[in-house]
Design a protein around this ligand. Structure first.
Ligand code: DC
Length: 225
């Protein structure tokens, strides 16, 4: 049997990390884990319970009541759960997006999520996307991909996604939120998004999904050996 590896995909918001990660996982028969969904689920819990996300000690206290997990839906796609209930739709709204960076910068939140992510990755055969997967969660991942695209391209993609879902948003609002998250994600004290030289860089500003997939599969083949 072919050796199983872990694949870490990190990069800025709305770079298409999830799309590529899902395609790779499906083609390899691996588990796909969206680590951002876990931070979003924690954020949703805080918002639902009226916890001020800028009050670190309140967030840490409320964290004891948070259980994050994954279930497969009827289409065999994984959905994130919060205290046993799927919140896959709720975590994508703009309110969660506006506050998730504040929650994800708190070390206690990260420690709890990273521990869970490492348990999931233990048997190998996982494609996980996020910001710190190749640096903190799976520093020994056999393949690390850093995805990037221009801010304009990313803002338009996210805007079109949300409009298609029926959300009432403006492009300017989305671009502002993206900029805000980029700044926090790359400059926060705890596990900032960092490009180290063991990553393969994939700038997809002008690459089709198919081209990205072919490129990444080439790297997978090299990593599996
Ligand atoms: O990938 P995403 O946009 O769903 O991520 C939501 C937020 O969670 C984003 O602001 C960064 C944070 N995040 C993180 O800090 N570490 C991860 N491994 C994944 C996401």
């Amino acid at each position: 049997m072919q050796k199983k590896i872990n694949i870490a995909i990190d990069g800025y918001s709305s770079c298409g990390k999830g799309t590529l990660a899902k395609a790779l996982a499906q083609s390899l028969g691996y588990l796909f884990i969206d680590s951002g969904a876990m931070y979003r689920a924690v954020t949703l819990h805080m918002l639902q319970n009226g916890v001020d996300v800028n009050d670190e000690s309140a967030v840490v206290q409320a964290l004891d009541d948070v259980r994050v997990g994954f279930v497969n839906n009827a289409e065999q796609q994984s959905e994130v759960t919060l205290n046993g209930v799927s919140v896959e739709k709720e975590i994508r709204n703009i309110e969660v997006a506006a506050h998730v960076s504040e929650v994800a910068r708190i070390q206690a939140v990260r420690t709890k999520m990273v521990a869970l992510q490492q348990v999931i990755g233990e048997p190998k055969g996982v494609v996980m996307d996020g910001r710190d997967i190749g640096t903190v969660v799976f520093p020994d991942a056999e393949l690390k991909i850093f995805m990037t695209a221009s801010q304009e391209v990313r803002a338009r993609r996210r805007y079109e996604e949300l409009v298609a879902k029926g959300d009432d948003v403006t492009l300017a609002e989305i671009a502002e939120n993206l900029k805000h998250r980029d700044t926090i994600d790359a400059n926060r004290e705890n596990s900032p998004l960092t490009l180290t030289n063991d990553y393969r860089v994939l700038d997809n500003s002008h690459l089709s999904r198919e081209a990205q997939f072919v490129l990444a599969m080439g790297w997978v083949d090299e990593a599996i050996g």
